[in-house]
Design a protein around this ligand. Structure first.
Ligand code: AKG
Length: 377
């Protein structure tokens, strides 16, 4: 993409395929970055843009130097724009993401994204961890100190820890008074955590303090890869799963949470946004039999794929390993274990989904990298 002066009163975007888009004067006016338009410290607008003249025009456009455009608007305001800023904004508007694009994976993923944990990483290490996490949707840290509570320190490195009714951290171990099947020794099919909560916790961390059992293997599935395969091969099932609201429910002595979401959530552009799937907790409303019949078939297709070895990876979390994963994209689970073999104790916590992306942008600014605008899968 590039920009050109399209005429005395036109600034034009030239797309990669050569097609042209005249830039709307109001779109540009809202992006003025001078001291009369924004507070320079907070970068926030000083004026409500709905108060600009609805028929605002460009009355003069020039290019005083390479990469800079000067514009005079019909309300008398003059502003300079950097081509880099305008192009980055234009790319976002066309559904690109300014962070590393997701790479979808399946059960053949040969090498898991791994990193040696450092309590005080340099910015370059942090950046490479973030790149791996944003690309693959998860990252496996080794050598995380087994001191209880460390999961919170790791979480805080990437975002704000989200406290829930399970506490700011939760202990995953088999107990007789379990308030969730995770706190038993049973195997857990692929699921996303807390689909009954609004908003759903975006990122989950699980830190293995000790595993003396031979079972309890961790499983991960890239839900976006499975949804994408369904979209390509069973479009009707995909449509049903993106349009049927399913109610998820959690009940304990002092908590009762419910939330509704389609198993596959799309954003307004039709791109995959989130998976909401937990076969222990989902309740579809009572629709007409034919509609329910189609839904149950579609869910079965999706679920069978989520559980198929073609899509799943399995690994043993060893003492001091910690896995951090995107709970909106990936599903996780575990194989069952025999508690009489010994102790298996993980500690977990959640952080908000936007933390790693925010940190990535801040580090990119600090490290002075060009904004890599890439298309998100
Ligand atoms: O025990 C595990 O490995 C996973 C537990 C789990 O699914 C959870 O805490 O959400």
């Amino acid at each position: 993409m590039s920009l050109k002066v399209g005429g005395p009163n036109e600034l034009t975007l030239v797309r990669a395929d050569g097609s042209e888009l005249p830039i709307h004067p109001l779109w540009l006016r809202e992006r003025c970055k001078d001291a009369a338009s924004i507070d320079l410290q907070t970068q926030q607008r000083l004026q409500d843009p709905s108060d600009f003249a609805i028929d605002l025009k460009l009355v003069a456009v020039s290019q005083p130097s390479a990469g800079t455009y000067k514009v005079r608007f019909s309300d008398g305001h003059e502003a300079s724009f950097s081509a880099e800023d305008i192009l980055a904004e234009a790319a976002l508007a066309s559904n690109s993401h300014d962070c590393p694009a997701s790479r979808l994976w399946d059960g053949k993923l040969a090498q898991l994204p791994r990193a040696r944990w450092m309590a005080d990483p340099g910015e370059t290490e942090l950046m490479s961890w973030l790149e791996a996490f944003l690309t693959w949707g998860f990252l496996l840290f080794e050598g995380v100190p087994r001191e209880p509570g460390t999961v919170l320190k790791v979480g805080a490195k990437f975002g704000f820890v989200r406290e829930t009714n399970f506490g700011n951290l939760f202990n995953v171990r088999s107990t007789p008074d379990a308030t969730d099947l995770a706190y038993t020794s049973m195997s857990l099919d692929p699921h996303t955590d807390n689909p009954y909560r609004a908003p759903v916790p975006g990122i989950q961390l699980l830190h293995c303090l000790v595993n003396e059992t031979s079972g309890g293997l961790s499983t991960l599935v890239d839900g976006f890869a499975v949804a994408q395969a369904l979209r390509e091969q069973h479009a009707e099932a995909f449509d049903i799963l993106t349009s049927t609201p399913v109610r998820f429910k959690y009940i304990a002595a002092d908590t009762e949470l419910t939330a509704s979401a389609p198993p596959i959530e799309l954003d307004i552009t039709g791109a995959l946004k989130a998976i909401h799937f937990s076969p222990r907790l989902d309740f579809v409303p009572l629709f007409e039999p034919a509609k329910l019949d189609a839904y149950f078939r579609a869910r079965r297709l999706f679920d069978h794929r989520l559980r198929a070895p073609d899509f799943e990876i399995r690994f043993l979390l060893k003492d001091g390993d910690l896995v951090m994963f995107d709970n909106c994209r990936l599903l996780h689970g575990r194989t069952g274990f025999d508690p009489s073999e010994g102790l298996r104790h993980l500690q977990g916590c959640y952080i908000d989904i936007d933390g790693p992306r925010s940190l990535y942008r801040v580090l990119r600014r600090r490290l002075g990298r060009a904004s890599a605008v890439r298309r998100s899968a």
